[in-house]
Design a protein around this ligand. Structure first.
Ligand code: NAP
Length: 243
C-alpha cells in the first residue's frame, strides 16, 4: 500500500484529495493547522468506510513543525510515496496596502511550505527511486491576480520550484507536477458574495465554478504509477478561465 501525505487537508480541496486517495487504496496522512474537528471527522469517516487515514497537526509554514510531522510519518510507515503540497492561504489587498507581515505569511504558507515538505520527503523517495510530488498552485500564479500580488508571486514560485525539481529528480523515478486550479468552491472564497461567484461562473468558458473533486481527480491521475512520463508540468484545471 502506498502512503500519501496531503497538506492542508482538513477542508476544501485537500479534504477531497484525501477522500479520493483513500478510496483509491492509499494510506493517507491528513495534515492540517487548526481545524481539529474537521480533520478528525474526515479521518473517522474514511476509516469507517474501510480505508486508511491518520491526522497530523502541523503548521507547514514552520520548518521545525514540518520536520516533526515527517518524523511521525517515518515512525509510522518509513516515509511517503506521494506528497501533495496543498496547504495555502489567500488574501485580497491592494499592493500598496500589503505589509511585511502579510507578505511573509503568504510566502511562508504558500511557497516556503512546499520547499520544507519536499526537502523532508525527498531522501526517502530518492532511496526507493520512486515518488510523486503534486503541488497545488493557482491560475493567478500563471496570469497574475489583481489585488493578490503576494499570493500570485508565491503561486508562480511554486511553478518554478516544480519545474526545477522535476528536472533534478527525473532520473530518481520521482515526478514533480503542479495543478493550477481556477475558481473552486471552498471556504477560500468566503469573502465573495453570491453575486461575485455568479459573475465568476459566467466569466468561465464552461459556465460554472470548479469543485474540490475536479482538482482531486487530477491529483489522483498524476499520483498514479503509470503517469511516470508526466513531469515538470503545470496542469490548468480552470474551466477554460486561463488558456
Ligand atoms: P481552504 O478551503 O481555505 O482550506 C485550506 C486548508 O489549508 C485547510 O485545511 C487549512 O487547515 C490548511 N492550511 C492553511 N494553512 C496551513 C498551514 N500553515 N499548515 C497546515 N495547513 C494549513 O482552501 P482551498 O480552497 O481548499 O485551497 C487549497 C489549495 O488550493 C491552496 O493552496 C489554494 O491556494 C489553492 N487554490 C484554491 C483555489 C480556490 O478557488 N479555492 C484556487 C486556486 C488555488 P486548517 O483549517 O486546519 O487551518
Amino acid at each position: 500500500m502506498k502512503n500519501a501525505l496531503i497538506t492542508g487537508a482538513s477542508r476544501g480541496i485537500g479534504a477531497s484529495i484525501s477522500r479520493l486517495f483513500a478510496e483509491a487504496g492509499y494510506n493517507v496522512f491528513i495534515n492540517y493547522r487548526s481545524s481539529d474537528d474537521a480533520a478528525k471527522n474526515l479521518s473517522e469517516k474514511i476509516k469507517a468506510s474501510g480505508y486508511k487515514a491518520q491526522t497530523i497537526r502541523a503548521d507547514v509554514s514552520d520548518p521545525d513543525e514540518v520536520k516533526r510531522m515527517f518524523s511521525i510519518i517515518a515512525e509510522s510507515c518509513g516515509g511517503i510515496d506521494i506528497l501533495v503540497n496543498n496547504a495555502g492561504i489567500a488574501q485580497t489587498k491592494l499592493f500598496t496596502d500589503i505589509t511585511d507581515d502579510d507578505w511573509n505569511k503568504i510566502l511562508a504558507c504558500d511557497l516556503s511550505s512546499v520547499f520544507y515538505c519536499c526537502r523532508e520527503a525527498l531522501p526517502y523517495m530518492i532511496r526507493q527511486k520512486y515518488g510523486r510530488i503534486i503541488n497545488i498552485s493557482s491560475m493567478w500564479g500563471q496570469v497574475g491576480g489583481s489585488c493578490e500580488v503576494h499570493y500570485s508571486a508565491a503561486k508562480a514560485g511554486v511553478m518554478g520550484l516544480t519545474k526545477a525539481l522535476a528536472a533534478e529528480e527525473g532520473l530518481s523515478g520521482i515526478t514533480v507536477n503542479c495543478i493550477a486550479p481556477g475558481v473552486i468552491r471552498t471556504d477560500m472564497l468566503s469573502g465573495y458574495s453570491e453575486e461575485d461567484l455568479k459573475a465568476l461562473a459566467e466569466e468561465t468558458p464552461v459556465g460554472k465554478l470548479g469543485t474540490p473533486e475536479d482538482i482531486a481527480r487530477t491529483a489522483l491521475f498524476l499520483a498514479k504509477e503509470d503517469s511516470s512520463f508526466i513531469t515538470g508540468q503545470v496542469i490548468g484545471v480552470n474551466g477554460g478561465f486561463v488558456m
